[in-house]
Design a protein around this ligand. Structure first.
Ligand SMILES: NC(=O)c1ccc[n+]([C@@H]2O[C@H](COP(=O)([O-])OP(=O)(O)OC[C@H]3O[C@@H](n4cnc5c(N)ncnc54)[C@H](O)[C@@H]3O)[C@@H](O)[C@H]2O)c1
Length: 436
């Protein structure tokens, strides 16, 4: 098969559409492995940054972008007619929920439309965006066929979910095994060759649908276990038992248990969103998704629960929440990243402000609060000094960045509510700390 041979000999040209948290590192692996690569994005500013050796993702250094440029094997563009130059096209565009919590496939549809306008015989298209089982064949394929070419005779199609864990030092795109599914022999063979060329292990499944469902199972598993541990936290809190101590003890069991941790709410682009892609599709089959919805309910309640805890903590000290000054530490949805998507801090600011509190935030990775889908706060990160910390009625730890000096924070704060057990090792002034 010609494409397989071209992939194995590094002659194939690789195109990646969507140069975000998933698409950019993926493209970089192919450049690194010696492939000629073209990155496509609708965002001109990202293309300009890449071409001038700058970065827009904190954990991908400008040095690495510069190195990629100097290889002579990388180009980035907003000109989608250049899709014709690529032999293999991987698609990593967003798959959010719309305002009714329904899957928003408009990015996949628009991209498929654009590919369709430039599709040529023999190309392999692989969807990487997380989505409901059936999307590749039911949504993408018909749009691609508007080109006049037909699957599987004229072009190949596969699905391979992303397992990127931004800023995890233990795993990179290259070292995370990759699941790949396709529904015909040629697509399967070429997609396997494509990923095997750069990724440590390719796990083949029998269909695009099985590959799509694999990604959802992984994220639903996380969502449900996080909900479970959040429920445990609320129960144990009422019983005056420290959930963090219990998790630490349970984690010593060498089999049959893996730790998940509670928090102020779910964040990120995947865990709060992907489960509802399955819920949506299951309706077509008259199937309820009770576990998923129950987990969603509990996780959605968490910001309300921690705000109640703050209210009680303040009132126990004779202060009303209304009029209190609160400093939230951590705006990103998880520690050590600069990604704000679906961050619980956004909801928390809203809930505190609705209850009359005056809110500021600090995040070493997010100097200015960006405008996001649901919220637009005009806020800048407050510097952490002894004076600033002590000027707030309460310091609220939302994201446990490693950059924080928790001894310093507790020493100077009047009162600390900690939703991440970030102050677990602080030994002095423990009477100021309330876990939530
Ligand atoms: N971020 C993660 O850790 C992660 C992990 C696993 C899976 N995923 C999934 O991967 C997919 C991409 O997520 P991401 O985090 O990389 O998103 P992102 O927002 O970081 O990047 C998406 C990129 O696509 C571009 N884009 C949007 N519409 C486009 C279009 N029509 N044509 C070309 N480019 C377009 C955007 O400008 C952006 O640069 C999603 O389905 C997500 O669920 C993400």
């Amino acid at each position: 098969m010609d494409l397989k041979r071209r992939i194995e000999s590094r002659e194939a040209v690789i195109g990646v559409i969507g140069l975000g948290y998933v698409g950019l590192p993926l493209l970089m692996e192919y450049v690194h492995e010696g492939y000629q690569c073209i990155g496509f994005d609708i965002d001109q500013s990202k293309v300009d940054k890449l071409l001038s050796g700058r970065t827009y993702i904190k954990h991908i250094s400008a040095d690495r972008i510069g190195e990629m440029n100097r290889s002579g094997r990388f180009d980035a563009t907003t000109d989608f007619s250049r899709l014709q130059e690529a032999d293999c096209i991987m698609v990593a565009v967003p798959t959010p929920l719309d305002k009714h919590q329904q899957p928003d496939l408009s990015y996949i549809e628009n991209t498929s439309e654009v590919i369709s306008n430039h599709l040529r015989k023999g190309q392999l298209i692989v969807l990487e965006s997380s989505t409901w089982p059936g999307t590749t064949m039911e949504v993408m394929k018909p749009i691609l066929e508007r080109s006049g070419l037909s699957y599987p005779d004229d072009f190949m199609l596969a699905f391979s979910p992303e397992r990127e864990d931004p800023n995890n030092p233990d795993f990179t795109t290259k070292t995370i095994p990759k699941v790949v599914g396709a529904n015909d022999a040629a697509s399967r063979t070429c997609a396997e060759a494509l990923y095997s060329a750069v990724i440590v292990e390719t796990v083949m499944v029998s269909s695009t649908q099985a590959a799509e469902a694999t990604k959802l199972l992984e994220n639903i598993f996380r969502s449900i276990n996080i909900a479970l541990v959040n429920e445990m936290k609320m129960i144990l809190d009422r019983m005056d038992i420290d959930v963090w101590e219990v998790i630490r003890a349970a984690s010593t069991k060498p089999f049959g248990y893996m730790p998940f941790y509670p928090g102020p709410g779910l964040g990120g682009h995947c865990i709060p969103i992907d489960p509802f892609y399955l819920t949506y599709k299951a309706k077509e089959y008259d199937m309820p998704t009770r576990f998923i919805e129950l987990a969603g309910e509990i996780n959605t309640q968490m910001p309300y629960w921690v705000v109640e805890k703050v209210l009680k903590t303040l009132s126990d000290r004779g202060k009303p929440l209304s009029g209190s000054r609160i400093l939230i530490l951590g705006a990103a949805y998880k520690k050590n990243v600069d990604d704000m998507r679906e961050s619980p801090t956004l909801k928390l600011i809203n809930l505190f402000e609705e209850r009359g509190a005056v809110v500021d935030y600090n995040d070493p990775h997010i100097p200015v609060m960006p405008k996001v889908r649901k919220y637009h706060y005009d806020m800048e990160s407050v510097e952490l000094t002894p004076e600033s910390l002590s000027s707030y009625d309460l310091v609220f730890i939302s994201t446990a960045h490693d950059a924080y000096d928790y001894d310093f924070i507790v020493e100077h704060a009047q009162l600390v509510v900690d939703t991440r057990n970030a102050t677990g090792n602080v030994t002095r002034n423990r009477d100021k700390i309330v876990k939530a």
